[in-house]
Design a binder for this molecule. Structure first.
Ligand code: PLP
Length: 423
């Protein structure tokens, strides 16, 4: 759909219950520039998205719709590249890549030289695991609910190096899971030969959030008496926590963090990054030669060759967009919408909710079943009522709804009403 005045107005008219900032959140806005005003309430944020206003969009965890500043940047770079590919590339590439890494670093609370730009979570995962220094007698510990891309990268690494993969369940039952159970289970799984531990910050299978910092603390204890070569390294697929939770990356305590930015971050399709902790990043070396280089480990880890440049460079505006909405404010909004959804679902006798209610154990993915219906049938029935949901693509599948910053409490109520009618 083109970015037209008509759908701008339609979108603007949506969501009469869109949240207006409470005074404490609006603090500091007294002298806001017109630019900042564009983010002053959630209706204003929604106007940046060209989402089809006929639908309630609740599957944004799959692929982002670009907000207007990102789309504008893509268009500008595309025009420049089409008009004069050579000059645009030569004149701007280094600066634009640096801008992306700087904006990402600001958002994440890290140094830009520790950030490598990738095309996706999957590419970051593969590059870290493939580039990891590991001995044939060492082991890589993963959990049952880690993502396919992690499991497959581990399998390939094991085949190439002889190192073993050990897979354990992270918890017994999603209905009773606790942070302590996850930490204890994972730490118990670590042995004297464990070189790598993998975790997924927020599981796309259930919406469960894993206590990354608590696990990292325990691993740090275990690392006290280990040499650099034997050190346990902690890898995190953070794609469904990034852009939802407001933790600064270093506070998570992991060694390597990868994420696609084309989901919750609203960056262009085919974009992502790797962050490597300065103290341990040298345990991973590059696989794909870089074309852009740039400062530090992250420069060397950024894969060449030529890219969908207009998409990579417009990542900068996505990080800036999130900063303008406000990290904390986004977290509060997404948790609030998710809580509203989960509370509503948990009060329905024909619905079984799988995602924990607690903020500590969940982010903005909500998984559930409706009695007598397959997850696919639930999604089809919601679709017939202009609500876009998804199913979890795992052996045991659930129906899934994921509130975004463009959704409103009123939309959540309308979704709940439709699910109530599925009884
Ligand atoms: C936990 C998790 N990691 C990675 C991915 C894939 O992300 P990307 O497309 O960025 O590789 C997904 C799903 O899309 C996912 O659910």
């Amino acid at each position: 759909m083109a970015w037209t005045r008509r759908n701008f107005l339609l979108t603007a008219g949506l969501g009469t219950a869109a949240g207006t900032l409470v005074p404490s959140q609006a603090a500091g806005n007294a002298n806001t520039s017109p630019h900042q005003q564009e983010f002053k309430d959630w209706r204003a944020v929604r106007r940046h998205f060209n989402l089809d206003p006929r639908y309630i969009h609740m599957a944004g965890l799959l692929l982002a719709s670009h907000p207007a500043p990102v789309q504008t940047a893509i268009d500008r770079h595309r025009q420049g590249l089409d008009e004069n590919p050579t000059h645009y590339l030569y004149d701007h590439r280094q600066d634009l890549v640096a801008e992306v890494r700087d904006n990402a670093a600001d958002y994440l609370g890290v140094q830009s030289e520790d950030i490598a730009l990738t095309d996706s979570t999957t590419m970051g995962t593969a590059l870290v695991i493939n580039g990891l220094s590991i001995q044939p007698d060492q082991e890589m510990l993963t959990t049952t609910f880690d993502y396919y891309s992690t499991h497959t990268s581990l399998k390939y690494k094991a085949a190439r190096t002889g190192a073993m993969v050990k897979e354990i369940p992270l918890y017994r039952d999603i209905q009773t899971v606790t942070e302590d159970e996850m930490v204890e289970t994972l730490i118990k799984g670590v042995g004297s030969k464990t070189r790598l531990v993998t975790a997924t910050w927020v599981h796309s299978s259930t919406g469960l959030k894993v206590p990354i910092a608590k696990i990292a603390d325990q691993l740090q204890e275990l690392n006290q008496n280990r040499s650099d070569e034997d050190r346990i390294l902690f890898f995190v697929d953070g794609v469904h926590g990034l852009g939802v939770e407001d933790d600064a990356l270093p506070t998570l305590g992991c060694d390597f963090f990868v994420a696609g930015t084309h989901k919750w971050m609203f960056a262009p399709r085919g974009s992502g990054f790797i962050w490597g902790k300065p103290a341990t990043q040298d345990a991973v070396t590059p696989t794909i030669p870089t074309f852009t280089g740039g400062a530090g480990w992250g420069g060397w880890m950024t894969p060449g060759g030529f890219k969908s440049f207009e998409h990579q460079w417009a990542m900068a505006q996505a990080f800036a967009f999130h900063q303008q909405m406000g990290k904390k404010r986004v977290t509060q909004r997404l948790h609030s919408l998710s809580r509203q959804l989960k509370k509503g679902l948990s009060n329905m006798r024909h619905v079984k909710l799988y995602t924990p209610m607690e903020d500590d154990l969940s982010a903005a993915i909500v998984c559930f079943d409706v009695k007598g219906l397959t997850p696919k049938a639930v999604v089809a029935k919601l679709k017939a009522n202009n609500i876009i949901a998804s199913t979890t693509p795992y052996e045991v599948s659930y129906a899934r709804l994921t509130p975004g910053v463009y959704n409103t409490p009123d939309e959540i109520d309308r979704v709940l009403k439709q699910i109530r009618e599925l009884a």
